[in-house]
Design a binder for this molecule. Sequence first.
Ligand code: A2P
Length: 342
Amino acid sequence: MKNWNVAVMGATGAVGSRFLSILEERNFPIKSIKLLASKRSKGKSIKFKKRSCEVEELTHDSFKGVELVLSSAGAERSLEYLPSAVKAGCICIDNSSAFRMDENVPLVVPEVNPHAVKRHRGIIANPNCSTIQLVVALWPLHKKAKIKRVVVSTYQSVSGAGGKNISELKEQVSYLQKAKDADLIGKHTVGKSCIKEFPHQIAFNLIPHIDKFLDNAYTKEEMKMVNETRKIMEDDSIGITATAIRVPVYYAHSESVNIETEDKLSRDEAKGILSRAPGVTLIDDPQNFRYPMPLDAEGTDGVFVGRVREDESIPNGLNLWIVSDNLRKGAALNAIQIAELL
Ligand code: A2P
C-alpha cells in the first residue's frame, strides 16, 4: 500500500483536529504529515501519533513534497491556496464550499457516488455537513422508490460554525450560570459582549439563520443542501426545499426530513432498506424510547436514522429523523473516506 505525504490545512480548527484523530484511528498510510494554519498558530505544538508536530504558517510554498491535502480553513483560503497545491502535484480534498459546485470538481460521498472520484483534476470537494448525512440516508430509498421531493429542516450544532462558536456557547452558558438574577438583562439573556460569532444569543435559543441570506430569502446553507444533494445523487429532477436552524447543541446535526417518492414504500420496507444501507444505523424503536439523538451520535461515525413513518397526508410519503456527528461523517471522516477511495 502506498504511504502518503499529507498536509492538513486548518489543522488547529474544529474539523482539522478531527482530520488528525481520524487519520490516526483508521491508521491511514502516512509517510509524513504537515500541519498548516494561520500565522497566529505558527510554532504551536499538536500531538499526532504520540509525536509532537509543529504547526507551520500556510503559504503558497507549503505544498512542496506533499501528495495529499486535507483542507478545512474556510472557502477563502481554499480558493487562494489550493490552486498552488494542485500546481505542486497534490490531490486536495476540500471541506469548504469553494469548489463544490464547480463542474470540474467531483463532490463525493463514498456511500453514494464513489465513481465520481475518478474525474478529479486535483481537487475533490467534501460536501456540506448537513448534505452528507441527508444523502447517505436518502440514497438507498431513492434507488428503490425514486424520490420526487424532499422537505428538510435542520437542527445544526454550534461546532458546524467552527471552534470559536463552540467557545461562544460555552461562555454564554457559563455567564448565565454565574449571573445573579439581578445581573441578567432579561430572564436568561446574556450580555452583548458574549455575542461575537453568532448574530444572536445561541444559549437557550434557536437561530433560523445559517450562512448568508440570498436574494430568494433562503440562506446559503439551505441552498447548499438543495444544489449539493442534486449533484451527488446525479438527479436534477429532485425537488428539495430546506430550512436550516442553529441549535444550542455542541456536536452532531439533526434533520427532520419528509420525502415523496414515485413508488410506494411502507414503513417496514423503508426500515428494511435503511437497516441494510451502507453507513446508516437504524435506531427506530419508539416503544422503548429509542431514536437517534445528537448526544448519542457525538464522537461516532454513523448516520443514525429513526422515527420512520408513512406521511399520511400524501399517497407516497415518508418522514425520517437523521442524526450524525457533523465534524466526523459530516466533514473529516467523509474526507478521509474519499482519500481511502484514492
Ligand atoms: P488558526 O487557528 O491559526 O486561526 P475553525 O473551522 O474551527 O474555525 O478553524 C479554522 C481553521 O482555519 C483554523 O485551523 C485556522 O487557523 C485556519 N485559518 C483561518 N484563517 C487562516 C488563514 N488566513 N491562513 C491559514 N489558516 C487559517
